[in-house]
Ligand binder design. Sequence first.
Ligand SMILES: Nc1ncnc2c1ncn2[C@@H]1O[C@H](COP(=O)(O)OP(=O)(O)OP(=O)(O)O)[C@@H](O)[C@H]1O
Ligand SMILES: [Mg+2]
Length: 257
Amino acid sequence: MTYIRLQDIDKTFYMKNDQAYYALKNISLNIEKGDFITVIGGNGAGKSTLLNALAGTFFLDSGKIIIDEQDVTQLPEHKRAKQISRVFQDPSLGTAPRMTILENMALAYRRGKKRTLKRGHSHDEKEFFKQQLASLNLNLETRLESEVGVLSGGQRQAIALIMATLHSPELLLLDEHTAALDPKTQRMIMELTHQIIKNNHLTSLMITHHLPDALHYGNRLIVLHRGEIVKDFNEEEKKALHVTDLYELLLTLDERM
Ligand SMILES: Nc1ncnc2c1ncn2[C@@H]1O[C@H](COP(=O)(O)OP(=O)(O)OP(=O)(O)O)[C@@H](O)[C@H]1O
Ligand SMILES: [Mg+2]
């Protein structure tokens, strides 16, 4: 049974001269539970808009979004937050800089749980957070009381990723979440992403401009161009692809006016 269904989605924005243009045009996409879909396409192709549509950042012009049999099309972003987690390119968007690592994690952990009047965290929760951090091998479990703002971008992004998945969301949306990192840290965060998605059986969409990552990770690859899905490679097709094929494809799309 299809887990997430996007049906005939349109989203237009208006330019200064009041002319409308399609950021998403007639998008239909079926996502199965456990799908890890990598998303590529040129600047302005509509990739972030597609993830925003799923997260509920805005309402659609037309079309429907069904998640696990529930029509969420009219649900605002905060009502989808329990099911949907996001990590962005900018590490500062996923964490609160003036709060400690522990406070950040406690906050993320509470999200999606029934509201409780109790503040802070229990001893067990602290141990759980420590364990999660230890799995990163970044020694962050010894720095629970450090403010997140003093950490490096890679360290923050690792914490943002753990925070985004602490409450086991149904859907994880990654928008170029490794783009601001140095190559070594990028590798580390990508491996961590892969592990977290696998261990928690998450369904995920990941936008990247890094074509080798788009090929290496995930079981499906979609290509956006001018608001439309122009290619949808399944696992087998994806395995047969090379980076040069993707590069060529992106070039020909640009030439096709
Ligand atoms: N809030 C908005 N208001 C007006 N136009 C918008 C808005 N959000 C996105 N757009 C436009 O929609 C189109 C798609 O933008 P989007 O951010 O989805 O591209 P993208 O594929 O994520 O590109 P990039 O690779 O540069 O991040 C662009 O032309 C962009 O200017
Ligand atoms: Mg984008």
